[in-house]
Design a protein around this ligand. Structure first.
Ligand code: NAG
Ligand code: NAG
Ligand code: NAG
Ligand code: NAG
Length: 184
């Protein structure tokens, strides 16, 4: 009798294992890079405070660069930037980007971003939390959407950055192509 019970337990165990691996398989199949469940393309405008443009600045450096190299290594910028649907700074803002970036390489320009996109419009209410390396020398860079709230509850995805305009350190505009692969 105990022998049969043991066999039974082993059978149940393997059945559970198969269900588990099948659902893992099904889930990984669902995530096709070319087929996001939601996509938004927005433009990010960063106007860095330069000592005289306080009325218009949307960001400010809170640490100075270090003496390592000539690429602003160590400079950390806090921002509260407008996000627009087209690439005009004066277009209506559809979200705010709040967070920081810092320059982290001594041999070339390279930054690391961590920020929240805050939506509070009739279209969307909620947040997207984004982080990752901005390898500025590349034509496009992928950052991670690590989560969301509200209309973006528990989402995940990828944000592809492309530099649209860079006027030195003091104004730059990024295209953010936001692709979500887990949608509420
Ligand atoms: C700061 O930026 C403003 C607006 O772009 C510009 O008019 C001004 O000359 C700049 N000041 C310095 C010190 O670069
Ligand atoms: C601030 O931005 C406005 C447009 O919003 C522009 O007309 C003005 O020249 C800017 N001021 C400075 C100092 O850059
Ligand atoms: C940052 O450091 C440079 C020298 O590397 C200096 O000229 C500049 O005044 C410093 N800026 C601030 C805001 O401390
Ligand atoms: C969102 O917008 C509404 C209406 O304009 C406003 O009352 C509310 O304070 C805003 N919420 C946030 C978090 O900005």
């Amino acid at each position: 009798m105990a022998h049969i019970a043991n066999k039974c337990i082993v059978f149940i165990f393997f059945s559970l294992l198969m269900v588990q691996s099948f659902s893992t398989f099904a889930q990984s199949k669902k995530l096709d890079e070319k087929k996001p469940c939601k996509r938004l393309v927005l433009y990010y405008h960063d106007i860095l405070y330069n000592g005289t443009n306080a009325a218009n600045a949307t960001s400010a450096a809170i640490t100075n660069h270090t003496k390592l190299g000539n690429f602003e290594h160590g400079m950390l910028v806090v921002f509260d930037d407008p996000m627009t649907k087209d690439n005009h700074l004066l277009s209506p803002s559809v979200a705010r980007a709040q967070g920081f970036y810092f320059y982290d390489m001594k041999t070339e320009y390279n930054a690391w971003f961590s920020y929240t996109l805050i939506f509070n419009s009739s279209e969307y209410k909620g947040t997207l939390n984004i982080m990752g390396a901005d390898m500025m020398g590349e034509e496009t860079r992928d950052l991670s959407v690590v989560g969301g709230t509200g209309d973006f509850f528990m989402t995940r995805g990828i944000v592809t950055l492309r530099t649209d305009v860079a006027q030195g350190l003091y104004y730059f505009r990024l295209e953010m192509d936001i692709k979500l692969y887990e949608c509420p």
